[in-house]
Design a protein around this ligand. Sequence first.
Ligand code: ADP
Length: 174
Amino acid sequence: MKFGEVKIEAIQGDITKQDDIEAIVNAANAQLQMGGGVAGAIHTAAGRELSEETKPLAPIRPGQAVITNGYNLPNKYIIHTLGPVYGFNQPEEKFLADCYKNSLVLAEDHHIESIAFPAISTGAFGYPFEQAMEIAFSTVHDFAKNAKSVKLIRFVLFSEKDFEQYKNKLNSLG
Ligand code: ADP
């Protein structure tokens, strides 16, 4: 699906295996350390040097994003953002939108052309999947209108079920 000059796509897969993408987004924890889910997979694949770089950048607030090198990952950069914990960090809609927006602003600042997002906050942080998906789409869609460097935005969904929902959403838009 194309929004202006920006291609938005969804795939089923692992965020750490996106070889053709310049920056991947980490659904990080405030301390920017290992943890479970996406953060665990990213730190494991990137290697120990990553936590050396993230240590002085922590803690981050919900909605904030910071950028590091990709180390052993196939990506040049990792953008780390802290999603809201559903029912706890309010207003959660704004914080979740900020995660997508601030990650894309950082990508533009670094002249990044391609970026991949996981479904932020929908794992350990408990955000209802469909509500989080609507926020992801509307934020990315708004941003796409004014994008300069970013040409490809990929949503990477871990499960078949999650991927189907994104696919249906994309189809409904196009
Ligand atoms: P959060 O703490 O922001 O909720 P999680 O890492 O717990 O983040 O989960 C976010 C989403 O990422 C969930 O939908 C989960 O199924 C998915 N996920 C977990 N591991 C991976 C991975 N390796 N690649 C892509 N998505 C993943």
